[in-house]
Design a protein around this ligand. Structure first.
Ligand SMILES: Nc1nc2c(c(=O)[nH]1)N[C@H]1C(S)=C(S)[C@@H](COP(=O)(O)OP(=O)(O)OC[C@H]3O[C@@H](n4cnc5c(=O)[nH]c(N)nc54)[C@H](O)[C@@H]3O)O[C@H]1N2
Ligand SMILES: Nc1nc2c(c(=O)[nH]1)N[C@H]1C(S)=C(S)[C@@H](COP(=O)(O)OP(=O)(O)OC[C@H]3O[C@@H](n4cnc5c(=O)[nH]c(N)nc54)[C@H](O)[C@@H]3O)O[C@H]1N2
Ligand SMILES: [Mo]
Length: 777
C-alpha cells in the first residue's frame, strides 16, 4: 500500500482538544476494528475493577467514580489490539520477506494480529510455520551453544505485565546475564538516574489526589492531549478551581490550550470549552534547564530582598536545613549563571521567566510534570536534577499537592523496572534473587539499548530476544541498527502484531504470537489476571475480556516459561508449572520485591494498592540520606563534537535543530493512521514542520519536498528524503518531524550523559532539495 500522498492536507486546527473530534475518531476506530460490538463491550471494561488495564499510556486512574476511564487514544489502542484480522501461515506464504520489507509500517500492523509461530530459516524467501515446541528448542539450542551468556540480549517493551517481566528477568539472570535493554532506555531513563541521586528514588513522588490539591502544575516537554489524554481532565479542573497551569513547550500543542470534556454534556452540547493553561512559555529545544535556572535565580534574588527587609522569602529554609545537602554549592552555581546565558540557552525573555517564578512562588503546592521533551536530550539528567533543585528550594517534595512527576509512557514500563528489567540492577535486588533462588547472579552491568546495538555490530551479541516492542524502528540510527540486528545468529520477536523488527532478521528469526492485555488468558487454573503499575506507583490487576483470535497464541508468561524450561530445565524454578496459575508467580514476587508482601491480598482492594515512595515521606534513600541539590553548569548548546566537526568542514553548517515527536494517530512505532488532527495534518507523515522565515532563509518554499541530512562528528551519511515542508507556528531555528520516520537521522552516539537515551529531541540537521531516494526505513 502506498502512502496516499494525494490526500495530504494541512489546515490549522481551530477546535478544542477532546470533545466531538475525539468522539468521531473513537467511532471510526471501532468500525475499523472489524468487530465493533465486541470491542465496544471491551472498551466499557477498560480500567474498571475486574476489567483490563488500558494498553495505552501509564497515566493513573482517578480514584473517584464518574471520571474518564478511557480516552480517544486509549480507545484506539484497544481497537488496534482487538483486531478481527489475523496474520497466519497463508499470509506469510503470500508475502515474501522482500515483499513485506517494501511495505510501510502502517500497512504491516494493519494486517492484524499474529496468530501462529513462524520461522525464517535463513534459506527460504518466506517465513514458515513452526510448532511451539520446535521454536522453544531452537532458541534453547542457540542459547546453550553460546560460549558466554553475555552473547545474548533480552529486550523488553513496556506493555509486558509484572508477571511476565519478573519471569523474564529471572530467566536472563539464571541464564547468566544482565543484558536486559528495554524501551525505558530510550524514554524515561534519565528521570530514574537523576531522581535517584537527588531524592533517592527513581519514581515520581505524586499520586492522583495530589493533582486535586495542587495550586500550580508545571507541564514541561509533554503533549498530554495526544499521549496522556486522561491527564487533560485534572488539568482542566485545576484551571477551573483557580490553580495555575504553566506549560513549557516550543510548540503550541492544542491539547494544552483548550479542552472540551467529552463526558460533560453541557460543554459538548453548547460547544463550550475551557482554557488549559495560565501561562505558556516556548523555550528553545533543550532550553528547559536554563529556564528552570532562571526561575531559581529569581527565587534567590527575592530571598535576599526579603532578608534585607527581615521578612520571609520564598525559600523553605527549615526544609533545606533539615533535609537537604548541597544548598550552598547550588546557590553559588545559580549566582555564577548570568542572565545573558540563561536567556540565550532558554530562548526565553527574562520577563517570561519572572512571571513563571511569580506563579511558582505564590503556589504553596506545586507539581512539576515532564516527559520526552525533557528526557531525550544530552543533558537530560542535569535538567531533571535542576527541576528537583527547584522543588527542593521550596520544600515541594513530600507535601500534599506537590512533588515531582515524570509522566511515564508505556502502560507498564514502570512496573517492568520494579520487576527487575534493568541492565544496571541495584545490588540489593540481585542479593534478594540470589537469596531466594540460590544461584550465582551475574553482577556486572549488562547492555542498555545503545550498548546492545554497538555490541550486535561488534559480534558481541548473537541471540536477540524481544519481549514486545519494535527494536528495529524505535531505536536510533535505523540503518546501523538494522545492520546490527542482521549480524545476529537468531532474532526472536514475541509480538502481537507484524512490524519491521520481524523483517530485519538475524540469520534465523522467529515470530512468537502472544496475547495482549485485552485477551482472555486461559491457563490450567482458569482465566488469569496479570498486574501492572502506573505512573503513580499504583499496582492493580488486569483481566483480559476478549476471546483470542487464535488458539495458537500464547501468553507472555507462558512463552517466557517455555523458552526458560527448554534452556534451563526446571532451574531455578519450575517455569511451566508457575504459569499454570499466575498466583504462583506473584508469590515469588512477594518474596523478593519490597512492597509486594501479601501481594495477592492487596490486589483485592478496588483500584489496587500503592507502592510506598520513601521520598514522599521525606525519607531519602541517597548515599548521604539527604535530598541533594545537584549543581551543574548549563550545557553547551550543541554537542561539542558536532560544533568542532562543522568548524572543520565549514560547508556543513547546521540549518535547524530537529525534534522527533508523536502524531495524534500513532502509538510509538504503531501507526494507526496518517492524520495528526491537532496539528492540522491529514494524510501524510513524511512532513517537516519549520518556521516560514527559516524555510525562505534556507532557499526553500512552503510545501516543497526536501531531504533531511543530520550532522554528526563521524562521516556516515544520515539522510531521509521526500519530506514535505510545512510552514508552522514553531520557534525559529527549530524543526519537528515524526518518530519513527525520522529515526535514521538520530546518531547512535548522540545520547544523554548518564542516561544513554538517544537525543531524539535534539538533532542538528541540514536541508537539501529532494533526491527522491527510495524511502522505507
Ligand atoms: N496516543 C499515544 N499515547 C502515548 C504514546 C504514543 O505514541 N501515542 N507513547 C507513549 C510513550 S512510550 C511515551 S514515552 C509518552 C510520550 O509522551 P510525550 O513526551 O508527550 O511525547 P512526544 O510526542 O515525544 O512529545 C514531546 C513533547 O515535548 C515537546 N518538546 C520537544 N522538545 C522539547 C524541549 O526541548 N523542551 C520542551 N519544554 N518541550 C519539548 C514537544 O513539542 C512535544 O509536545 O506517551 C505515551 N503515550
Ligand atoms: N526518534 C525517536 N525515537 C524514539 C522515541 C522518540 O520520541 N523519538 N521515543 C522512544 C520511546 S519513549 C519509547 S518508549 C520507545 C518505544 O519502543 P518499543 O516499545 O520497542 O516500540 P513500540 O512501538 O511501542 O512497539 C510496538 C510493537 O509492540 C508489539 N506489542 C504491542 N502490544 C504488545 C503486547 O502486549 N505484548 C507484546 N509482546 N508485544 C506487543 C507489537 O507487535 C507492536 O508492533 O521508542 C523510543 N524511540
Ligand atoms: Mo516511552
Amino acid at each position: 500500500m502506498k502512502t496516499p500522498v494525494d490526500r495530504f492536507r494541512f489546515r490549522p486546527y481551530q477546535r478544542p482538544a477532546a470533545g466531538w473530534g475525539a468522539l468521531r475518531s473513537v467511532a471510526h476506530a471501532w468500525l475499523e476494528s472489524r468487530q465493533p460490538f465486541k470491542n465496544l463491550r471491551a472498551m466499557l471494561q477498560t480500567n474498571q475493577n475486574g476489567g483490563f488495564d488500558c494498553p495505552g499510556c501509564a497515566w493513573g486512574e482517578a480514584p473517584q467514580e464518574g471520571r474518564i476511564r478511557f480516552c480517544e487514544n486509549g480507545a484506539k489502542a484497544v481497537n488496534w489490539e482487538a483486531s478481527g484480522r489475523g496474520v497466519d501461515r497463508d499470509f506469510f506464504a503470500r508475502h515474501s520477506l522482500d515483499d513485506l520489507m517494501a511495505r510501510e509500517d502502517y500497512w504491516l500492523e494493519y494486517q492484524g494480529r499474529l496468530t501462529e509461530p513462524m520461522l525464517y530459516d535463513g534459506v527460504n524467501t518466506h517465513y514458515q510455520p513452526i510448532s511451539w515446541d520446535e521454536a522453544f528448542a531452537l532458541i534453547a539450542g542457540h542459547l546453550k551453544e553460546l560460549q558466554d551468556p553475555n552473547l545474548a540480549a533480552f529486550y523488553t517493551s513496556g506493555r509486558t505485565s509484572n508477571e511476565a517481566a519478573f519471569l523474564y528477568q529471572l530467566f536472563a539472570r539464571a541464564f547468566g546475564t544482565n543484558n536486559l535493554p528495554d524501551c525505558s532506555n530510550m524514554c524515561h531513563e534519565a528521570s530514574g538516574v537523576a531522581l535517584k541521586q537527588s531524592i533517592g528514588t527513581g519514581k515520581g513522588t505524586v499520586t492522583y489526589e495530589d493533582f486535586e490539591k495542587a495550586e500550580a502544575i508545571f507541564v514541561i516537554g509533554q503533549n498530554p492531549g495526544t499521549n496522556h489524554p486522561r491527564m487533560l481532565e485534572p488539568l482542566s479542573d485545576a484551571v477551573a478551581r483557580g490553580a495555575q497551569v504553566v506549560v513549557l513547550n516550543p510548540l503550541r500543542e492544542r491539547g494544552l490550550e483548550r479542552f472540551q470534556a467529552p463526558q460533560d454534556p453541557v460543554q459538548m452540547l453548547t460547544d463550550g470549552d475551557r482554557p488549559l493553561n495560565t501561562a505558556y512559555l516556548r523555550p528553545a529545544l533543550g532550553g528547559d534547564m536554563a529556564a528552570i535556572r532562571g526561575i531559581a535565580k529569581f527565587l534567590f534574588q527575592w530571598q535576599a530582598e526579603a532578608a534585607q527587609e527581615e521578612g520571609d522569602g520564598p525559600l523553605d529554609m527549615e526544609f533545606i536545613r533539615e533535609h537537604c545537602a548541597g544548598f550552598e554549592e547550588y546557590r553559588a552555581q545559580v549566582e555564577a549563571t548570568g542572565w545573558d546565558e540563561i536567556q540565550a540557552f532558554s530562548g526565553l525573555e527574562k520577563e517570561e521567566l519572572e512571571r513563571a517564578a511569580h506563579i511558582y512562588c505564590r503556589s504553596r503546592a506545586t507539581i512539576i510534570c515532564w516527559a520526552m521533551g525533557i528526557t531525550q536530550h544530552r543533558h537530560s539528567v542535569a535538567t531533571i536534577q535542576e527541576i528537583a533543585n527547584l522543588q527542593l528550594l521550596r520544600g515541594q517534595v513530600g507535601r500534599p499537592g506537590a512533588g515531582l512527576c515524570p509522566v511515564r509512557g508505556h502502560s507498564n514500563v514502570q512496573g517492568d523496572r520494579t520487576m527487575g528489567i534493568d541492565d544496571s540492577p541495584p545490588a540489593w535486588f540481585l542479593d534478594a534473587l540470589e537469596h531466594r533462588f540460590a544461584f550465582a547472579v551475574p553482577r556486572e552491568d549488562g547492555y542498555n539499548v545503545v550498548k546492545a546495538i554497538e555490541a550486535m555490530h561488534a559480534g558481541k551479541i548473537k541471540v536477540f530476544i524481544g519481549l514486545g516492542g519494535n527494536f528495529a524502528r524505535a531505536t536510533p540510527d535505523s540503518a546501523r541498527t538494522c545492520e546490527a540486528l542482521r549480524n545476529c545468529d537468531l532474532t526472536v520477536q514475541i509480538s502481537t502484531k507484524l512490524n519491521r523488527s520481524h523483517l530485519v532478521t538475524g540469520r534465523k528469526a522467529l515470530i512468537l504470537p502472544c496475547l495482549g492485555r485485552s485477551d482472555i488468558d486461559q491457563q490450567h487454573a482458569g482465566p488469569q489476571a496479570v498486574t501492572v503499575e502506573d505512573s503513580f506507583s499504583m499496582v492493580h490487576a488486569s483481566f483480559g475480556q476478549l476471546k483470542p483470535l487464535s488458539k495458537e497464541m500464547r501468553s507472555e508468561p507462558a512463552i517466557v516459561a517455555g523458552i526458560a524450561q527448554a534452556t534451563l530445565g526446571s532451574n531455578p524454578v519450575p517455569w511451566v508449572e508457575l504459569t499454570e496459575d499466575y498466583r504462583r508467580i506473584r508469590a515469588l514476587i512477594a518474596e523478593t520485591i519490597p512492597g509486594f508482601e501479601n501481594f495477592e491480598q492487596k490486589l483485592q482492594s478496588p483500584g489496587g494498592f500503592y507502592l510506598q515512595n520513601p521520598a514522599r515521606q521525606r525519607r531519602w534513600n541517597t548515599d548521604n540520606k539527604k535530598a541533594n541539590f545537584i549543581s551543574h553548569a548549563l550545557p553547551a548548546p550543541l554537542p561539542a563534537e558536532v560544533m568542532e566537526k562543522i568548524g572543520k568542514t565549514g560547508a556543513r553548517k547546521v540549518d535547524l535543530v530537529l525534534q522527533t515527536l508523536r502524531s495524534h494517530d500513532q502509538y510509538n512505532t504503531t501507526v494507526y493512521g496518517l492524520d495528526d488532527r491537532y496539528r492540522g495534518v491529514k494524510g501524510e507523515r513524511h512532513v517537516l514542520f519549520a518556521h516560514l522565515e527559516d524555510i525562505h532563509r534556507l532557499g526553500f518554499s512552503d510545501r516543497q519536498k526536501v531531504d533531511i541530512v543530520s550532522l554528526w562528528s563521524d562521516d556516515l551519511e544520515r539522510r531521509v528524503s521526500g519530506f514535505t515542508l510545512i510552514a508552522f507556528d514553531i520557534p525559529q531555528g527549530q524543526a519537528a518531524a515524526y518518530y519513527p520516520e525520522a529515526n535514521p537521522l538520530v546518531p547512535l552516539e548522540s545520547y544523554g550523559v548518564g542516561s544513554f537515551t538517544p537525543t531524539s529531541k535534539y538533532i542538528a540537521i541540514r536541508l537539501e532539495p529532494n533526491s527522491a531516494q527510495e524511502r522505507i526505513v
